[in-house]
Every structure is written in structure tokens, then in C-alpha cells.
Design a protein around this ligand. Sequence first.
Ligand code: ADP
Length: 375
Amino acid sequence: MKSPIDPNIIPLDQKYRDEFLGVLAHELRNPLAPLRNGLEIIRRSQSDPKIVHEALEVMDRQLQQLSGLIDGLVEASNLRQGLVELKVETLNIGSIIEESVKSIGARLAEGGPKLIFTPLAEPLLVEGDPKRIRQILVNLIENAVKYTGRDGCIEVDAHGESGEVEISVKDDGIGIPQEKLGEIFELFSKADHSLERGQDGLGLGLSIVRGLVELHGGSVEAHSVGPGAGSQFIVRLPQATSGVDSPRISEKRRVLVVDDNRDCASSLAMMLGIMGFETETAADGVEALRTAAAYRPDAIFLDIAMPKLNGYDVCKVIREQAWGKDPVVIALTGWGQNDDIERSREAGFDHHLVKPIELASLEPIVREIKAVHSA
Ligand code: ADP
């Protein structure tokens, strides 16, 4: 999908352009001093590896900062020129929010505002580019973190509303003055330029967010009662009605998760539950066969190394059953060499996943699961 953004939607206002040149010069110059200092330190202290190492670390951080600024500029420019192409697929927005919250939460582990997202009870589907939807969410959540104190709280939430998926990122941070609410999505705009704020950034993020949301046929708005009262950003995206390759609540696919490590089994089952599947678990090969025969799952995640009966043998027996030909069977193992993959293929597995299982490797497989069980 490629659709140029009407330049009128994001007017490059003269006022912002003039301010932007000042801010850009400032932001580009900021990393230069530590970079220059780092070079000088290395030149003078080559014999002290500890000092050289510290200087290199500082330079690395500053270079990352500069590259981030330049990436943002290129992205904003590409959006304005309609050069951003979306790779659209049917997505469960709950999974993408969860991933984004987890990745930011992991970085916040050392302290920072509390980040809350309650997994959705039902899948909420949109047609979107997963990379871009993640970028929208990460941008809004990172802004919330940036403008909320360490003791603050950020809540991310999503629900379906009149054919739309509504995603909210709400914080109890510094808030936004009423008169600035309409402007902050403009390219280069910043709500507060005072020195006390001392926050970095070119004012590109929200204009990129709006550009990407609109490319998806959606809209974004900001709310705040005013300074000190926190902010809320609401993204609305058209809700997908026919998630042909995604699980729908009305015809839940059944998945059996087999692992002798009960925590591994139950956490994977929980993740699949969030994605909209009905799940059962089993803790060894014999129990797996018994449960599968009664439950008739549409997919089986099967650990290989298990007591009583290993995963290869379980899979072979399942494939010999009349009901066992169609389910998608996925090997879960610590081994990912070609020989291991070949061995699981010969045993009748459709996929081979190496633990720990990443959400990213799970999603394409999950989309393959069709309801094959007899109701
Ligand atoms: P940047 O953060 O780089 O300045 P953005 O486009 O992401 O640029 O945001 C524009 C402005 O909107 C910010 O400068 C800030 O003043 C305001 N803003 C964005 N998100 C928040 C938030 N969660 N709380 C308060 N102000 C915000």
C-alpha cells in the first residue's frame, strides 16, 4: 500500500520552520562537544585502556543520538513525500501493544514511571504494517515516559468501538497546555521551549506518528487538562472485520501445549490465550497423547525432551491417527542445528522452534492454525 500524504495535512508552518532551524542547530551541536572531547581524550590517554574505554562509550552514545535525529528527519521527509510503503497484514493489536510495553518496560526496569497494560480478553484486529504500528506505539509510550516523572504511571489500553480500534496511552506527567494541544502534531512543534524543561528532541515524533496513523486510514488526538495534569493520546484505526488468517473468538482454535516444565507450558498457553486461542496443557508424552486424543487440538506445541515418551515419538503416534493428520505440530527444543530440524521434519512436525520462544517467531506460525477439529 502506498499513499502520498497530502502536504496540507502536515503544513510546514513558517513559524515552526524558523524555530526548527534553531532547535536543529542546537540538537546537532550538543553531541559534537562530547565527541570532540572524546577524540582529544583518546589522543592524550592512549596508554590508559580504562580511560579510552570510557571515552569510547560516551562517543558511542552520542553517535547513537545523532543517528536517531537523522533517522527521524529522513522518516519525516519520506512521509511528507509519500515514500513510505506499508506491508499490510491482519494483526492482533493486543499482541503488538504487549510487545511494545514489554520492550520499553525492560529498559525502565532500573527505575522510572510504572507502565501498565492489561492483556485484552479478546483479539482486536486491524489491517496494518506490524513494524509501523509498533513504531507508533513505541513513540507514544516513550514520549509518555519522557514527560512523566519517575514516580508517575503510564497506562496503555485498547478496545473496539463502532468499527474502530481505539488505543489509549495515558500518563500522569507534566501535561500539555490547552493552547498547544492542536499544534503538537505539526512537524517540529514542541509544547514548551523553556530551558527548565531541558528535554531533547526535534519535535518530529508526533508528526511521524500522525503520518503513519493516517497512512493506516486512522486518526490520532491528544488530550490534557493542562500543565501538571497528565496527557492522553488516542489512536483510532479501522477495525478489521474479516481476519481470515487470524484467530476469531467465534470459532476459537484449540491449541495443546506440551512441556514437562510447567511454567514454560503455562506461560506459552497464556500467550496463546491472549492471541485468542483456547488452550490445554500436558506435562509429558503419555499425557500429551491422552489429552490430544480427547481434546482434538488444531495445533500442538510439543517439547522434544520429555520424560516417559519424547516429542519425536509423540508426534509420530499422533500422525498415525485419523484425527492427527491435520493439526499444525510445532517442535519446541533447545536445539536448532540442521540435523535437529531434519529429524523433527521426519517425525512429522510442521515447524521447529528453538527455546526461548520469541513472540516474533510465534506470530507467523499462529496465523497458519486453522480450525480442523470436529466441533
Ligand atoms: P519531541 O518529544 O522530540 O519534542 P514530539 O513530536 O514527540 O517531539 O512531541 C512534540 C511535543 O509534544 C513535545 O516537545 C512535548 O512538548 C509534547 N508532548 C508529547 N508527548 C507528551 C506527553 N506524553 N506529555 C507531555 N507533553 C508531551
